[in-house]
Write a protein that binds this ligand. Structure first.
Ligand SMILES: Nc1ncnc2c1ncn2[C@@H]1O[C@H](COP(=O)(O)OP(=O)(O)O)[C@@H](O)[C@H]1O
Ligand SMILES: N[C@@H](CC(=O)OP(=O)(O)O)C(=O)O
Length: 439
């Protein structure tokens, strides 16, 4: 059995959904198809939730109406038969009625998550209606019945495995299952999600849970490119990546993959393929354990980074000092991305300001604390990169005009990371493209 995940761009237009139907019926292998919300929908739902949270009910109502109109148009081109048009219309009405009700009741965090879940519920149900119209046998598997996260918001792989396999056994006559990406239940049993872009994570968790033959991530580009195609002009697809390389690229900003979506597939040794819905014949990228070729593969950039510097001539070299610093970040569940130390200071980076004031306050007894935002981590990734001759020289020659704030080298065998001001990101990625990749 294989997993095929189609992102928002692959289901965002009726004709693309038609194409998805062709791709999922192209071979006889049983499959679980994971769909994201239509592109733009989750952003619109976030805007609706934010407007309601801010007490701007008129603004929220206008956004809901705009989104409903978008779905009304979508349906017109998705299905033709009167009966299917009626079904699709009833489905959208039901979900927009839910949003209308939320406008009238008191708002909570749990309701916000419910709002965000509507996108994937809509896309899968509408796709199911289209499959019905085409007479394609399938079953809609509700993700909320098997996809769960624990109190620390981590997916519960053993529970997911148990529940999903049980559901599949109950429907062993079926060959095609459709389910929602992104959405799940949390430890309180409420509707929750796997964070933005989380449908890739859903696909990888499902692939691990069923020990799939392959986890295919279908998107709007022919695989992982060597650089961010939204930022630089000339990029090329990479045919093979190891799990570690792909995980580093996803974590350090390659938007094509959700930051943590590699580990489940790696855990079960399921190869992941990145493929293009608009160009299905393109080779794409294969991510697998045995893709071990060495050398520089790609560069990615992660924005929204904050650097914190703690200066303390007294305490820094005392043992136990770093532990005390790390405990503050642990307390606020804020991961540290990069860290460097010197005789008198320790500098580290985080990617969220959610608890910044509390963190700074608790660090102040250790020394003087400075925080700086608007920074970007640029990560150059490739197996055994540190042992690859010339890489460091080429990299630093290429970016000699860019002020570099921090460097991380040696922490992983697959990664060299640089911290720069976000205003230099585009220039740095372009310089690395020509200086390191020769493009
Ligand atoms: N290194 C990269 N390789 C390929 N695509 C990238 C890379 N970095 C950023 N992207 C962007 O990721 C996009 C695909 O991811 P996403 O928008 O999340 O797709 P989907 O809607 O299918 O989930 C591409 O259109 C591309 O612009
Ligand atoms: N719809 C969700 C989940 C997702 O993964 O979407 P996409 O596959 O289009 O990146 C989001 O926008 O965050």
């Amino acid at each position: 059995m294989k997993v095929m995940k189609f992102g928002g761009t692959s289901v965002g237009k009726p004709e693309r959904m038609h194409q998805v139907a062709q791709l999922v019926t192209a071979d006889a292998e049983p499959k679980i198809v994971v769909l994201s919300a239509l592109s733009g929908t989750t952003n619109a739902l976030v805007a609706i939730g934010d407007a309601i949270a801010a007490g701007n009910r008129t603004g929220a109502k206008n956004k809901i109406e705009e989104l409903e109109a978008h779905y009304a148009n979508f349906i017109k081109q998705l299905v033709e038969q009167e009966e299917c048009v009626a079904k699709a219309t009833a489905i959208t009405r039901e979900h927009f009625e839910f949003l209308d009700i939320i406008l009238r009741i008191s708002f909570s965090d749990a309701l916000y998550k419910d709002i965000l879940a509507q996108g994937e519920l809509l896309s899968t149900k509408l796709f199911s209606v289209y499959l019905q119209e085409k007479g394609i046998d399938h079953l809609l598997l509700p993700a909320l019945e098997f996809m769960s996260i624990d109190v620390n918001e981590e997916p519960e792989l053993p529970a997911i495995k148990y529940k999903l396999n049980k559901l599949l056994q109950q429907h062993s006559d079926k060959k095609l299952f459709i389910t929602q990406g992104y959405i799940c239940r949390n430890a309180r049993g409420e509707v929750d999600n796997l964070k933005r872009g989380g449908s890739d994570y859903t696909a990888s968790l499902i692939a691990a849970a069923i020990n799939a033959s392959v986890c295919e991530i279908w998107t709007d580009i022919d695989g992982m490119h060597n650089n961010d195609p939204r930022v630089v002009n000339k990029t090329v697809p990479i045919s093979q990546l190891s799990f570690d390389e792909a995980a580093e690229l996803a974590y350090f900003g390659a938007k094509i993959l959700h930051p943590t979506c590699i580990w489940p597939a790696q855990h079960s040794n399921v190869p992941v393929k990145l493929l293009n819905t608009m160009q299905p014949q393109a080779a794409g990228t294969t991510i697998a354990e045995d893709a071990q070729s060495t050398g520089v593969k790609a560069v990615a950039a992660k924005d929204g980074i904050i650097a914190i510097k703690i200066k303390s001539s007294r305490m820094l070299l005392a043992y136990g000092f770093l532990r005390k610093v790390f405990e503050v970040f642990e307390k606020y569940r804020t991961p540290i991305d990069m860290i460097t130390t010197s005789e008198v200071a320790v500098s580290l980076t985080i990617d969220t300001d959610a608890h910044l004031p509390e963190i700074i306050k608790e660090l102040e007894p250790f020394g003087s604390v400075e925080a700086e935002d608007n920074l970007t981590i640029v990560s150059v990734v490739g197996n055994e990169i540190a042992e690859t001759p010339e890489v460091l020289k080429k990299l630093f020659d290429a970016i000699s005009t860019i002020p570099v704030r921090m460097v991380s080298y040696g922490g992983s065998r697959h990664n060299i990371s640089l911290l720069i001001g976000s205003e230099y990101k585009k220039e740095a990625l372009q310089l690395i493209n020509s200086g390191v990749f020769g493009l």
